[in-house]
Design a protein around this ligand. Sequence first.
Ligand code: MRU
Length: 332
Amino acid sequence: MKVRTENGYEDIRAVWFDKGKVMMIDQRELPHKVVIVGFDDYKDVAEAIRNMTTRGAPSIGATAAYAMCLAALADENIEEAAAKVKAARPTANDLFYAVDYMVDELSKGKDPIESSDAYAQMMVDKCTSIGNYGGELIKDGMKLMTHCNAGALATVDVGTALAPMRKAWADGKRFFVYASETRPRLQGMQLTAWELNQEGIDHAIIPDGASAYYMSKGVDMIITGADRITSRGDFANKIGTFDKAIAAKYFGIPFYVAAPISTFDFSMKDGSEIVIEERSEKEVTEIYGQRIAPMGSPAKNPAFDVTPAELVTGFITEKGIFRPDEIHKVKG
Ligand code: MRU
């Protein structure tokens, strides 16, 4: 992605490997500063996934692949490292997919750096393909809506939900994007809006609670990412996605989910099997370390929700666009 830094425009990824270190944009610092951090111990990389220095399913996957690369280079016990990295967060399938990919590569004696770089590149190629398929859905003058961040930051580069927008904009189509702020971690406001801004794509940040209001005024299509998609098409994504899908159904607005095959978990029959991460209540009750809720009021903070397949128009994947009843075609 093109990022405006003090050195002008730089083409950087969300995560990469350089001189023995796993490098990443510290997404907790955006949109105020572009801060790059590096780690040379796989346990610190696992912690960076846990504390959301890096986030978004495919970026979490690539970061996990690089963590496994560090573990292999340091001659760590691979089984133990795999378990530690997988324990970083529970919901995104890409984390587990990437670790299993690396364990398999390492068991075949493959070079750890080449394998993890290949994994990251594979994600970028898949996202480019998602952009090509999804870009066709976007027409001049449309009003789109997205939630959370499923852009380049979340996917190594390019994006999943944002890939069709990037492609359509680059093809000269002009449209408008509503980016909902995404309480409590504000990925929509701080990351998606930042990316749309960098690309010069027309957009506005809206409070999460304003989504149905704007749908009632005219939204042509909603595109979100996903963290885990089951074989029947129920999918987990950032908390608030389910509300949008219900409202979209009410207004008859097409609802698309953009994700690579690494996000599909064919071992799960339906959404009831997905483990939903519960994060600290402080993310809800505090802003920048300042308590904003009454003392003594507890809070709940599920990081994801599960949207049933019935509310999904189609899954935009690197292999094409599939209705929920066609998901078996993604696998084959
Ligand atoms: O908790 P996060 O920030 O890792 O959650 C990210 C999301 O829910 C994204 O919408 C999802 O990972 C899709 S990423 C392309």
